[in-house]
Design a binder for this molecule. Structure first.
Ligand SMILES: Cc1cc2nc3c(=O)[nH]c(=O)nc-3n(C[C@H](O)[C@H](O)[C@H](O)COP(=O)(O)O)c2cc1C
Length: 286
């Protein structure tokens, strides 16, 4: 899958490969109303990673249903809509709007955005509020729901267990880690909102650890994300217990990364004589 916020809506004409070959596309985080996002600059490169502070700039759920879903409905590749909100009610309303819309295969509930003032990661840091959002979304839609967790919590296994019990069909993780970078000549933070979310290869070991923890704590499928750049990275997540993976920041330096990772996994399976990737899920845990 593509990771939310790093592949637009899939409808942009810039992707240098057949996107229909992917397992799924997760679109940019979508809110009830359109959002302009945070002040510029919003992206800064750091060692082995990127700090972003987009602030959920998006077209809003109504425009998404009108302009994007009809295009998705003709695709082979399933599209998962990532949603966010400032209140639990916002999440439920967005999920309700998406229910039954042709072209939308599932909802990914982002309770992990570090870049908005209200809501977002606050919901994902505590098991109780994470479960409340999940329960509200579950009640609002019959679509499968993935709940996307933040690494910015001291209790990842408890949060994962709470959202699974509240009705999540799968758990995706991780969203970005909170970080700061400073321009020493200007003596100012490199992103406009001071802190941003760190992604890319720098976060991979952290993501792998948290995926390993969560896969050991819940029975629902886990979708691994965080710094995956190559097929070998992806296979590490699978072996840690992920049933699927997402490629995010890697697309910025290699726009073919999602397909390269997929084709690399296929080659590995062939070379190793493995007929079904399910044989590798959690292989490093046994
Ligand atoms: C520019 C940018 C925008 C993002 N926007 C979203 C978003 O809207 N919703 C979301 O759940 N995650 C968002 N993310 C987080 C990614 O989906 C992913 O969880 C994170 O970047 C870690 O994966 P990576 O290291 O492969 O990029 C964004 C990441 C980046 C770099």
């Amino acid at each position: 899958m593509t990771a939310s916020g790093t592949f637009g809506y899939g409808t942009e004409r810039c992707h240098p490969f057949d996107i229909q070959k992917l397992g799924a596309i997760v679109c940019k985080g979508t809110t009830l109303e359109p959002r302009d996002g945070n002040p510029q600059p919003r992206l800064a490169e750091t060692a082995g990673g990127v700090l972003n502070s987009i602030g959920l700039q998006n077209i809003g759920v109504k425009a998404l249903i009108k302009e994007k879903a009809p295009i998705w409905a003709s695709w082979r590749v399933p599209v998962i809509v990532n949603i966010a909100g400032g209140t639990i009610d916002d999440y439920a309303k967005v999920a309700g709007e998406l229910d039954g819309v042709a072209g939308i295969s599932a909802i990914e509930v982002n309770i992990s955005c570090p870049n908005i003032k209200a809501g977002g990661a606050e919901f994902g840091a505590i098991p109780k509020s994470a479960a409340e959002v999940t329960t509200a979304v579950r009640a609002a839609t019959s679509l499968p729901i993935l709940v996307k967790l933040t690494p910015n919590t001291s209790s990842i296994a408890e949060v994962a267990t709470a959202v699974a019990e509240a009705g999540a069909d799968a758990i995706s993780l991780i969203n970005t880690l909170k970080g700061v970078a400073i321009d020493i000549t200007k003596r100012r933070p490199l992103v406009g909102s001071v802190s941003g979310g760190l992604s890319g290869p720098a976060i991979k070991p952290v993501a792998l650890y948290l995926v390993y923890e969560v896969a050991g704590a819940v029975a629902v499928p886990v979708i691994g994300c965080g710094g995956i750049t190559t097929a070998s990275d992806a296979l590490e997540f699978i072996m840690a217990g992920a049933s699927a993976i997402q490629v995010g920041t890697a697309s910025f330096t290699n726009p073919r990364a999602p397909l390269d990772v997929l084709e690399g996994i296929e080659r590995f399976l062939e070379e190793e004589g493995i007929a079904d990737i399910a044989e590798l899920i959690g292989a490093a845990r046994r």
